[in-house]
Design a binder for this molecule. Structure first.
Ligand code: FMN
Ligand code: ADP
Length: 314
C-alpha cells in the first residue's frame, strides 16, 4: 500500500493517476461498519480492474473546528489505521490534512479537488459522510457534485444485534470497561502498542515484574483498571494481566496513568522492546491498598481470575 499525504491545494496530476475506486471517511476504529465501506471499495476496484484507495483525514476535524481540543485520542491512531488498511487489501491511502483551508472549501470544490482530480471513478461512503464547509455536502448531494465523472455507493449503518455500530458507541463502551462489547463492534480486539521503559523497579520486588509501556498521547485507552490482556511480542502471543492507572498504593501525585503488564509464564528482559497489548476483559478498578502485602494478595487473586478467564474463553 502506498501512503500519500495531501494538503490543500495538492499538485497531483489527474492523467498520472490510475483509475481508482475509493472509500472515503475518517474511519476511527476501522470498526465493522467502516470495514464494510472499505471492502466495498476494494471489491469495486477488483471488479472494474481499478486500483483501490482509502481517502481519510488527519488530524480529526475537532482539533481544527473546536478551539478547546488540543489533541484527540484515536481508537486507531494513524499507524494502526495504515496496518489495518493494508491487511484489507487497499492499494493507496490518501491522507488529507484537515486544516482551516480544507474546512472552508465549498462542497463542490472539495469534490473537484479531492475526488475528481484524484481520478476516482467510484466512491464509497458511509450513510453519514459529510464534506465541504460546515459539512454542507452529504450523501444526498454527492451525485449532484459528481459531474457524472464517478459513481457513488452509499453503505447503510451496520447493526450489531439491535445496536448501531459507531465510533462513539465504542468509545462509550471502552469508557465503562465493556471491552468485550467494544471488541465485538470493532470486529477484533482493541490494541495498544508501546515500547517497554523503566519503571520504579518495584515489580520484581513484589513478585510481579511489570513491563511499563511508553505510549503515544494520541491513543485512546479504556477506563482505568485491571485487565486480562494478550501480549504480542516477536510473533508470539502471551497471556497476561495489565494495570492501567496511577499506582495509588505507592504514588500520590502521578498526573498521567501508566500501562504496565505482567506476562504469564515469561521471564526475560524486555526493556526497549515493542509490545502490542490486546485488551480482552476488565476485571476491577484499581485500589489504594494500605500495604504492599495487601496489593500482592489481590494480584494473586487477579492472576487466578485471569488465568480462569482465558482457560474458559479458548
Ligand atoms: C494485575 C495487577 C494489578 C494491580 N493492581 C493495583 C492496584 O489495585 N493498586 C495499585 O496501586 N497498583 C496496582 N498495580 C500496580 C503495581 O502497584 C505496580 O505494578 C508495582 O508498583 C510495580 O511498579 P513498577 O513496574 O513501576 O516497578 C497492579 C499491577 C498489576 C500487574
Ligand atoms: N513476566 C514478565 N512480565 C513483564 N516483565 C517482565 C517479565 N519477566 C521479566 N520482565 C522484565 O522485568 C521488567 C519489569 O520489572 P520491574 O521490577 O517491574 O521493573 P520496572 O519498574 O522497570 O518496570 C520488565 O520491563 C521486563 O524487562
Amino acid at each position: 500500500m502506498r501512503t500519500i499525504k495531501l494538503t490543500y491545494p495538492h499538485t497531483l496530476l489527474l492523467d498520472e493517476l490510475p483509475e481508482t475506486a475509493a472509500a472515503i471517511g475518517f474511519f476511527d476504529g476501522i470498526h465493522e461498519g467502516h470495514q464494510k465501506v472499505i471492502k466495498t471499495a476494494v471489491n469495486q476496484a477488483k471488479y472494474n480492474n481499478m486500483e483501490s484507495a482509502v481517502i481519510t483525514f488527519h488530524p480529526h476535524p475537532s482539533v481544527v473546528l473546536k478551539q478547546d481540543v488540543e489533541h484527540v485520542q484515536y481508537i486507531t491512531p494513524l499507524q494502526e489505521k495504515q496496518q489495518m488498511l493494508q491487511r484489507l487489501g487497499v492499494d493507496r491511502l490518501y491522507i488529507i490534512t484537515f486544516n482551516k483551508e480544507l474546512s472552508s472549501l465549498e462542497p463542490q470544490s472539495f469534490i473537484d479537488h479531492f475526488i475528481i482530480q484524484l481520478n476516482i471513478k467510484h466512491l464509497v461512503a458511509g450513510f453519514d459522510f459529510s464534506y465541504g464547509h460546515k459539512g454542507k455536502g452529504n450523501v444526498q448531494t454527492i451525485d449532484a457534485h459528481s459531474r457524472d465523472v464517478f459513481d457513488v455507493t452509499v453503505i447503510d449503518q451496520v447493526q450489531a444485534g439491535d445496536r448501531k455500530i459507531s465510533s462513539t458507541r465504542i468509545r462509550e463502551l471502552l469508557q465503562s470497561g465493556e471491552v468485550e462489547r467494544a471488541n465485538e463492534l470493532l470486529g477484533r480486539p482493541l490494541i495498544v502498542r508501546g515500547i517497554v521503559k523503566e519503571g520504579d523497579k518495584r515489580g520484581r520486588e513484589i513478585g510481579y515484574p511489570t513491563a511499563n509501556l511508553a505510549i503515544s498521547n494520541d491513543v485512546l485507552l479504556p477506563r482505568i483498571g485491571i485487565y486480562a490482556v494478550k501480549v504480542l511480542f516477536k510473533n508470539e502471543v502471551y497471556e497476561g494481566m495489565a494495570s492501567l492507572g496511577y499506582n495509588p498504593t505507592f504514588t500520590a501525585d502521578r498526573d498521567e496513568p501508566i500501562v504496565e503488564v505482567n506476562i504469564f509464564d515469561y521471564n526475560n528482559d524486555l526493556y526497549g522492546e515493542e509490545l502490542v497489548l490486546e485488551w480482552h476483559h476488565y476485571i476491577r478498578d484499581e485500589i489504594k491498598f494500605n500495604s504492599a502485602g495487601e496489593l500482592i494478595r489481590q494480584i494473586e487473586e487477579d492472576e487466578k481470575q485471569i488465568r480462569r478467564y482465558f482457560a474458559h474463553e479458548s
